[in-house]
Design a protein around this ligand. Structure first.
Ligand SMILES: *Cc1c(COP(=O)(O)O)cnc(C)c1O
Length: 371
C-alpha cells in the first residue's frame, strides 16, 4: 500500500484538519485506521509491501510522522514514546565527550537527563542565560546547542536566528525544543535550526490523555540517521497513540488561538492585581508565569481555585496551574534555581480553552479568599 503524501500547497489550518484523510481508496474511511498489526505479509521471497515489522514502519505512525515533518517544514519526522525519548534519541547522535551549550532555564526533566549524562561522563554541558551567553560559550569545541524558547518557566525568548549564526560559525548543530510555541507560532527549522523536538504530550496532543514525543530533522541525512537509531533502540510511538496524536493535531490551530487569547486575558488581569508581584508573558502562546507577593499564601491560593487544576503539565484543553519549585523543576538544585529567578513565589499557568471570564473569575476569587 502506497501512502499518499500531503500537498504542501494548502494553508496550515486546512492541512491540520485533514491529517490522514484521502488515504484509503479501498474503504474511503475518513480517518486513518489504527494498524495494530505488528508484522506484515511478504508477497514472496525478497519482496515487501514496504511494511515489515511495526518498530521499523507502521502505516498509522507514518501518517503522523509525515504530518509532523510538513508542519515543522523538515525532511523527516519521527514519533517517539515521550518527549524525553525524543530528547534522548537526539542526544544519542553525538560522540562521547561532546560539549553541549544549553539554555539554563529548561524543562526540569531535560535538566535531570543532562545531569545524568554528565554524571556518566558522556557529555559536558554549559548553561547560558541569553544570546550574549550563547555567543560567548559556543566555540569550535561545541557539538550542539540546545534551546528552549520561550524558556521554562520564566518565559524569556531568545532569538533562534542569532544563535544559529553563532552555531554555524563553529559547525555546531542547533536543536530546539519547540513544545511551548508549536510550529503555529514558531518554526525553528525555517530559522536555521537543524533539529526540532516536541513533547507531543502537550499542545500537539492537546488533551492531557497522551504521552508522546516528536523529532523533526531539517535534512534527510540527519533524519535518516535518527530514524535508523529509533528503529534500533525502539522507543517508537504505539499505533493507538499515533492515532490519538493525529486526532489531537487536527484541532491544534483552533486550540492555539484560544490558548493564546486566554493567556493574554489572564496576563492582563494578573498585571493589575495587587497580590501579584510580577507577570512573565512574552505576548504569544498559552503559557505564562507570575510571582505572588505573599509567598506564604500559595497553599491557600491554590486551595481556593476550582476551575484551574493544580497539576503538572501543560498544553491541554483544561487550564492547569503548576508550582515549579516542587513540581516540574524540583530536580534543579535550590541555589541554582533561585540564582536565575526561579524563586518559590513563582506559579506557572497553562491556559486551556475555557471562557476567559471564568478563568479570571477563578483567580480573582482565590486572591480575594486570602486574608
Ligand atoms: C513535558 C516536556 C518535556 C518532556 O516530555 P514528556 O512527554 O513528558 O516526556 C520536554 N520538554 C518540554 C518543554 C516539556 O514541557
Amino acid at each position: 500500500m502506497e501512502q499518499e503524501f500531503y500537498s504542501k500547497n494548502v494553508q496550515t489550518d486546512t492541512f491540520l484538519a485533514q491529517i490522514g484523510n484521502h488515504q484509503n481508496p479501498v474503504t474511503g474511511s475518513i480517518n486513518t485506521p489504527i494498524y495494530f498489526s505488528t508484522t506484515y505479509e511478504h508477497p514472496t521471497l525478497g519482496e515487501s509491501t514496504g511494511y515489515d515489522y511495526t518498530r521499523t514502519k507502521n502505516p498509522t505512525r507514518e501518517v503522523v510522522e509525515n504530518a509532523l515533518a510538513v508542519l515543522e517544514n523538515g525532511a523527516i519526522g519521527l514519533a517517539t514514546s515521550s518527549g524525553m525519548s525524543a530528547i534522548q534519541l537526539v542526544f544519542s547522535q553525538f560522540p562521547v565527550g561532546s560539549q553541549i551549550v544549553a539554555s539554563r532555564d529548561l524543562y526540569g526533566g531535560s535538566y535531570r537527563y543532562f545531569k545524568e549524562l554528565e554524571k556518566q561522563n558522556i557529555y559536558q554541558f554549559i548553561y547560558v542565560d541569553d544570546e550574549v551567553g550563547f555567543e560567548k560559550e559556543i566555540t569550535d569545541n561545541t557539538a550542539a546547542v540546545f534551546i528552549e524558547t520561550p524558556t521554562n518557566p520564566l518565559m524569556r525568548e531568545v532569538s533562534i536566528e542569532k544563535i544559529v549564526v553563532f552555531a554555524k560559525k563553529h559547525n555546531a548543530k542547533v536543536i530546539v525544543d519547540n513544545t511551548f510555541y508549536t510550529p503555529l507560532i514558531q518554526r525553528p527549522l525555517d530559522l536555521g535550526a537543524d533539529i526540532v523536538i516536541h513533547s507531543a504530550t502537550k499542545y500537539l496532543g492537546g488533551h492531557n490523555d497522551l504521552l508522546a514525543g516528536a523529532v523533526i530533522a531539517k535534512s534527510k541525512e540527519v533524519g535518516e540517521q535518527l530514524g535508523y537509531t529509533l528503529n534500533t533502540t525502539g522507543a517508537v510511538l504505539s499505533p493507538f497513540d499515533c492515532w490519538l496524536l493525529i486526532r489531537g493535531m487536527k484541532t491544534l490551530s483552533l486550540r492555539m488561538e484560544r490558548h493564546e487569547k486566554n493567556a493574554q486575558a489572564v496576563a492582563t488581569f494578573l498585571t493589575s492585581d495587587p497580590n501579584v508581584k510580577e507577570v512573565f508573558y512574552p505576548g504569544r502562546g498559552g503559557m505564562l508565569s507570575f510571582k505572588i507577593k505573599n509567598e506564604g499564601s500559595i497553599k491557600e491560593f491554590l486551595r481556593h481555585l476550582s476551575i484551574f487544576t493544580f497539576a503538572e503539565s501543560l498544553g491541554g484543553v483544561e487550564s492547569l496551574i503548576t508550582y515549579p519549585t516542587t513540581q516540574t523543576h524540583a530536580d534543579i538544585p535550590k541555589e541554582l534555581r533561585e540564582s536565575y529567578g526561579l524563586t518559590p513565589d513563582l506559579l506557572r499557568i497553562s491556559t486551556g480553552i475555557e471562557a476567559s471570564e471564568d478563568l479570571i473569575g477563578d483567580l480573582k476569587f482565590a486572591f480575594e479568599s486570602l486574608n
